[in-house]
Design a protein around this ligand. Sequence first.
Ligand SMILES: *Cc1c(COP(=O)(O)O)cnc(C)c1O
Length: 417
Amino acid sequence: MSERKSITPTHRYRDNDRLIGIGNAFWNMSYEHGVAGIVGDLDDGVFHMSDGHEFVNFTVCSYLDLDTHPGVIDGAVASLRRFGVLDHCIPRTRVQTPVLLELEDSLGELFGAMVISAVSTAAASTGLLPLVASGHLGNGTRPLMVFDKNAHVSMANAKPSCADETEVVTCRHHDLDFLKDMCRSYERVCYVVDGSDSLGGYAPVDELAELQERYDLLVYYDDSHSLSAYGERGIGYVRSHSPVLDERTITVATLSKGFGAGGTAILLDGYAQDTRRLIERFAGPLGYSQKMNAAAVGAALASAEIHRTDELTRLQDRLRSRIALFDSLVATAQSGGSYPIRVVPMSDETVVDAARRVFAAGFYTSPVFFPIVARGTAGLRVMLRAGQTEEQITRLCSALVEAGARPAAPQPEPASR
Ligand SMILES: *Cc1c(COP(=O)(O)O)cnc(C)c1O
């Protein structure tokens, strides 16, 4: 009998052995400590579990609580009734109801851009990045694709398909010198990066704008984390700060975090209507998979209306005051920043147990620890929201300090240890 072949993978861009090996150890440990796999009913901001335990979720990304806003819920229901179909399953390029066009008009006005919707940011990046890689979305020249090392997994996952269209490299986080070198040696470069990082911090939009002006650098931003929470009318960090808003800047931003709805918005400036058709036809899942459904569109339309009113400013102000209250009680590296995410430092050995204790006190925070993050950077992830009460934040902070968090100055350090 002939010998059957075994396969040696190249693992140039991904490695499931490593991913699952590392990830499963982390998840199993979280699960065993009761801080993963949690099920509960949400009622008025509080989770109720079947065993009677109640908790407030401090790791949800709906920073303005628009996901549970009565207007947004009503918008979803009304839209479903108005359009009479959740998702008419046919590519929109062939036949569509006006549901997505209405949304894209509204968001286009809100963000001052040409907007194309998609069911998720993951689907959008999966579809858009290979089009960028082949030069079809851009100026026709195949760019070197430079992925930031910390680019969100929804973008990093597109590396293998981009690599079939052009060259792909990964650079250190915000490595402007490297980008400049690449811009000097390649006809065109596209940099793929988060506009706002999930652990705080923003893309260097001004420095990137210089490279855009000088070398025609294309920047693909995912600004999912800062939409709604940041900027006038909630337009997010990139659109409120990037000096270059033309065909050299492409932004995607989820409507499922701060925006409180579902789906994603692709934001384009300076592209012709042809580009819209190209994307609708050829951007992977946008052409062959489901679209944002009528309920998500209705929620997004209602949320967009809220973004046009003073209510948004009030919610943003309230979010800022919640963040300031937290910072006055617990010390973190992110303290003082405008970003609603904090990582409360803990040791790798104690962090899961700390999460368990904080959860027992009535608050869900998510532990991150080695091997998911580097040794020595473990901690509890906390996300502040406009809808959390001051009393909830104060009690959370007491529970955190009891579990080993460092109180913020000027509170005195504990005498011992
Ligand atoms: C949460 C998040 C996503 C996922 O968005 P979906 O619309 O749910 O796919 C993508 N990118 C970043 C940066 C995120 O933080």
